[in-house]
Write a protein that binds this ligand. Structure first.
Ligand code: 5GP
Ligand code: ZN
Length: 129
């Protein structure tokens, strides 16, 4: 096992996971917030004028793996969403989406909350995001 793989695992991260690597700063992203537990950055392929992702630094695949021991972390992810949405210009409402697994059409298997908004109401219904 390489040193970087070992230190990633020690920090609860996965060496080759895209969002773990973004959280570690190994892959560039447009970050808008970070603290010891979570990172928020703009989605590379925005589905709305405001579209950013909030991810935990620790590698958790999705909500199937986030049991009650993660409640503080999950609360933190939700707890920054409103303020960050406002700061990004979504100040008249936003949508928060977490896709889980195949049926949820999750593409990146590192837990993330999408925050979507903009000046106009988003499409209604259960869209892709
Ligand atoms: P999911 O379908 O898993 O809920 O959403 C994954 C999201 O990650 C997609 O909206 C996609 O555009 C975004 N994404 C995929 N790769 C990258 C990347 O390298 N950088 C950033 N910033 N976003 C990414
Ligand atoms: Zn990860």
């Amino acid at each position: 096992m390489s040193t970087s793989t070992g230190s990633a695992a020690a920090a609860g991260q996965k060496a080759d996971c895209l969002f773990c690597r973004i959280a570690r700063g190994e892959i560039a992203s447009r970050k808008i917030y970070e603290d010891d537990d979570i990172v928020a950055f703009h989605d590379i392929n925005p589905a709305a004028p405001v579209h950013f992702l909030i991810v935990p630094r620790v590698h958790v695949e999705n909500l199937y793996d986030a049991d009650l021991k993660y409640q503080a972390l999950l609360g933190r992810m939700l707890g920054v969403a409103g303020q960050l949405a406002r700061e990004q210009g979504a100040n008249d409402g936003f949508r928060l989406v977490i896709n889980n697994g195949r049926v949820g059409r999750q593409e990146v298997y590192h837990l993330h909350a999408h925050v979507l908004g903009g000046p106009s109401p988003l499409g209604s219904g259960f869209n892709r995001l």
